[in-house]
Design a binder for this molecule. Structure first.
Ligand SMILES: Nc1ncnc2c1ncn2[C@@H]1O[C@H](COP(=O)(O)OP(=O)(O)OP(=O)(O)O)[C@@H](O)[C@H]1O
Length: 508
């Protein structure tokens, strides 16, 4: 956070913690956010919600959502095609959208900042920066922004986490000769890789790649599966249906994973895990790494992809910046063994690995404040890119790509299409029409259409007809959020299919 333009990065909560787990727990009488929620997960697994970043802006039927739903102890329902967690609330079952849950976490962040400042944040022109994985699509970005609005954050802006980490790495350094920096960010749920050119305060993203479903939680889950089969083999029974036992096992697995980052062997001791059976087992680092093999190769592929897209080889990278808690895993660091030791930086090293993104967000927030001093706003410039290509699929299945991935944003591209049908549900245009895609600095897209030779136009935010929140809906959530205060204490080419628009592509 920033305070009178002193950039503080992570600030501590009332208990001195500089990081808040993105976890919410509901009981009959209150709800808990952060560490308090994490601490009670084993006794209240069905009403403790985590990993909402894997849900936000997605559809219930998405393959990734379906695979997570099988592993999560809480109940998920399909509400108008959105994935919505359901919990036992005060007096009834209650559903909270991923936006509402994220908003509760953001509200907690706002309160920590206000306590630190000793005042409420009232400046309506102030800008708040929320970081997202670089590989979040338009819908996930919009949903995150909406969560910011529900949390009553001023002017929420979305920033890519890898770019934030690059800002943290380069801010305040005199980099006069161009440096090509590869940022590898492997956190709890997502992995992002970006290649940037940094020189004289300009941070230009050249290429980016990522997986919004690859992070520490996946390594934990691999260990859970490994121990589940060991338990079954040893004790001839399963614990899959026992959500309390599963939660205890998952917490132990995270601990085991972290211990194996610094030791080559450790053990799990869970007393009376199920039916009075104690589960005691040891595990080596190799035994942890083996079932996680495909996760390591997924991460490696992302590094190769950004280099390939930038037409660069490893030796031309000046520096590799590792961020995110999961880069402490030795096998993850080994992915960079073919880079020289001098290339892999310690400037944002393992001890700062999970703080870099927050620090970079505060740098970007400082730059964006309307009253930012010119030494901040004029000397630092971040040029980010669109992670996906954007195009239109015409009625005949032909595809026109309007904006290629890795194009610097904000950007705008117009093309003439011929609209054959007279009846279009979204825009009242037909015949020859200009179709324009705008991608703003948040990576959020707007589509507009103008009929050639007439003044008929229409504008829509992409996907706004398919699951995004209407402003009345945000207002309702805002009201409910105030009622529900925290208790004290695919690859490279996503096409925007606009099936409602029966276009025939006449683009040159
Ligand atoms: N010593 C360690 N060894 C291995 N993993 C670790 C270690 N310390 C923390 N982690 C893992 O790092 C992850 C959290 O990292 P971080 O705080 O960067 O993620 P995040 O910002 O919450 O996640 P994301 O970037 O996906 O939103 C957790 O999965 C945690 O288990």
């Amino acid at each position: 956070m920033i305070h009178n333009f002193i950039i503080s990065g992570n600030i501590a909560d009332s208990e001195g913690r500089r990081a808040t787990p993105s976890i919410i727990a509901f009981t009959k009488s209150k709800h808990f956010v952060g560490q308090a929620a994490k601490d009670q997960i084993a006794v209240n697994p069905r009403n403790t919600i985590f990993d909402t970043k894997r849900l936000i802006g997605r559809r219930f039927r998405d393959v990734e959502v379906q695979s997570d739903v099988r592993d999560w102890p809480f109940t998920m329902v399909d509400r108008g095609s959105s994935p919505v967690p359901e919990v036992d609330g005060r007096s009834e079952t209650k559903q909270f959208t991923p936006e509402e849950i994220s908003a509760m976490i953001l509200t907690k962040m706002r309160k920590i900042a206000e306590t630190h400042l000793g005042q409420t944040i009232t400046n309506a022109n102030a800008v708040t920066v929320i970081t997202v994985p670089a590989y979040f699509n338009d819908s996930q970005r919009q949903a995150t922004k909406e969560a910011g609005l529900i949390a009553e954050l001023n002017n929420p802006r979305v920033l890519n986490e890898a770019s934030a980490a690059a800002l943290a790495y380069g801010f305040g350094k005199q980099i006069e000769e161009e440096r090509d920096v590869l940022v590898f960010d492997l956190g709890g749920g997502t992995c992002d890789v970006s290649l940037l050119e940094i020189q004289n305060g300009t941070f230009k993203v050249m290429t980016t790649a990522g997986d919004t479903h690859l992070g520490g939680g996946d390594f934990d889950q691999c260990l859970v599966r490994h121990f589940l089969s060991e338990f079954e083999r040893k004790h001839k029974r399963t614990i899959k249906a026992n959500s309390q036992a599963l939660c205890r096992l998952r917490s132990a697995c995270e601990q085991v994973k972290c211990t194996l980052s610094s030791q080559t062997k450790t053990s799990v001791q869970l007393e009376s895990l199920v039916e009075g059976i104690d589960f005691n087992i040891s595990i080596t680092r190799e035994e942890f790494e083996s079932p996680c093999k495909n996760l390591f190769s997924k991460a490696e592929c992302l590094v190769e992809q950004v280099l390939k897209d930038a037409k660069m080889d490893k030796s031309s990278v000046d520096e590799v910046v590792l961020v995110g808690g999961s880069t402490r895993i030795p096998k993850v660091r080994e992915l960079f063994r073919s880079f020289s030791q001098e290339q892999v930086t310690r400037s944002v090293g393992p001890d700062e690995a999970d703080k870099a993104v927050a620090y970079g967000a505060s740098v970007q927030a400082a730059i964006l404040q309307p009253d930012a001093p010119s030494n901040i706003s004029q000397n630092v410039l971040l040029l980010d890119v669109a992670p996906f290509s954007v195009g239109i699929e015409a009625a005949n299945g032909a595809v026109a790509t309007l904006i290629k991935r890795n194009t610097i944003i904000p950007t705008r591209k117009s093309t003439m299409f011929t609209v054959h049908s007279n009846k279009i549900s979204v825009f009242e245009v037909h015949g020859k029409s200009w179709i324009t895609f705008d991608i703003d600095a948040n990576g959020i897209m707007t589509l507009s259409a103008t009929e050639a030779g007439s003044s008929k136009t229409g504008t829509m935010t992409i996907f706004s007809d398919k699951g995004r929140l209407a402003s009345e809906e945000i207002d309702r959530m805002l009201r409910e959020a105030t009622d529900y205060q925290e208790a004290e204490g695919q690859n490279d080419h996503i096409l925007t299919k606009i099936s409602a628009l029966p276009f025939t592509n006449s683009a040159k």
